[in-house]
Ligand binder design. Sequence first.
Ligand code: ATP
Ligand code: ZN
Ligand code: MG
Length: 432
Amino acid sequence: MEPTLPVRLSPVREVRLALLPDAAETTLPCNLRSRMPTQLVVLVTPIPDYLSSELAKRVYYVSPEIEQFHLVSEGGRVVAVEVTTSVAGDVGELSRKLDLIIAKDVLPQREVEAEVVWSSPHRPRNADGTFAQLAAAGMVAEMGEGIYATGALFHEVLSGLDRRLHDLAVGEFAASAFHYPNLISTDTLRRAGYMSSFPQFLMTASRFRSDVDTYDSFASGVASVDDIGQHIEEHSEHLGYCLPPAMCYHVYQHLQGRGLAEGPIVVTTRGQTFRFESRYRRSLERLWEFTMREVVFIGERTAVAEQRRRLMSAVGDMVTELGLAGQIEVANDPFFFNGQIAEYVRVQRAMELKYELCLPVEHGRSVAAGSFNIHGEKFGSAFGITLADGGAAHSACVGFGLERFAYALFCQHGVDLDAWPDDVRAMLRTSV
Ligand code: ATP
Ligand code: ZN
Ligand code: MG
C-alpha cells in the first residue's frame, strides 16, 4: 500500500539537475520507463536538505532495480524518495536499505561550504549539449554503459593533454615514468584499504577454474544456456586480481619494502581505470572505464606536501594557458559503508587533504578533471616504504581523468577544433 503523506511532491531540483541522467543518456526508452512501477519510499529518518546531494550520490547503489529517483523535500528536510524500479520491488526492503545508508553514510555528515583556493582568469562560456554534438559528429560512440569509443580528434586532444601532464611530471618533478599492467593484485587493493572504503566501484577479474571438466561443461553450455552471465559465474573463481580503480596503487605495490634513504621518489603513470558508477554514469564525464594519468610523490611529509602544492600551481597555469575557466576547491571522498565517515570527511576537509580541479562543462555545472591528494603515512605504512630514519614514508597522488579533461575542452571551446584558439591547438599539438 502506498503511504499517504502530508507531502508536497517537490523534488530537490539541484539534485535532479545534477544527477539524473538526461534523455540522451537514459538506457531505456521513455515509453518503457513510463510503464515501470513508481513507489514512494518514506524515510524513517528524514534528513536536512543540505545533505540531499550526499543521499542522491548513493541511491542507485541501494538496489540495481532502481531506474530513476526523485528526492521529496518538505519543510527543509528530505522526507521520502520516489523511486522508479524495473520490477515492482519490495518497498520495505528499499526503505530498510535507504535507512541503512542514511544512518551510516549520510546523517553523520555536516554541512560543508565550498572553499575555492584558485580560480582561472577565464570566464565560463559553455554551450550546452556538447556530448550530443560529439555523438552526432561521430566523434564518440557508445559501446556499453559508461563505455565509449572515441574518434581520432577526441583522442588527439586527450593525448595532447596527457603529453603536457607527463612532461610536467618528468620535466619539473623528475618523475620516473612507468607503465603498469591492467590487472592489479587484490591483495594490494585490500592492503591499501580500497575494498572497505569503495566496494561499490570495484571490478574484480575472475577466470574459469583450471580443470578440464570445467572447460568441458562450460563450453558445452555456451550455445544453449539462457543466462550466459550466470553460466560464467558458476564455472569461475577469483584468482587474486582486480581491475585498477586508480593508477597509484600500482606504485605503492611497486615500491613496497623500499627504503628511501636517497630521497623522495616521484612516479608518473597512465592507464585504464575502472569504476562501476552505476546509473551515475554520464557522457564522457563519469565512465565505467576511463584513462587516468597519475603523479605519485613519496617521501618526507613536508617535501610531499610542497610537491603537491607546486604541481597544483603548475596545473592552474596550464588550465589558464588552455583558455579554460575553472577553479581548484577543497574536496572530500564520497566514502561508503564506513562507520567513521563523519570523521574521515571532517579531517579530509579540515586538513585540506584533497583538492579538486573543477572545470565547467555546461551552464552552472562543473566536474572534477583532477584531484590532488595527501595520504599521510597511510600507504607508506601499509606497504613498508620507509624514510632514512626508519619511519613510514608519506605520500601524495595527483590524478587526472583524461576523458573528462578533454571533454571539458570541447565543452568550453566547442566541437569544431578549427575554431579553437591557435595557441591552445599548438599546446596540444593537434594537427588539425
Ligand atoms: P568524483 O567526485 O567526480 O567522483 P573522485 O573524487 O571519485 O571524482 P578521484 O578518485 O579523485 O575522483 O580520481 C581522480 C580523477 O579521476 C577525478 O578528478 C576525475 O577527473 C577522474 N575520474 C574519477 N572517476 C571517474 C569516472 N567514473 N569517469 C571518468 N573520470 C573519472
Ligand atoms: Zn591516486
Ligand atoms: Mg568518484
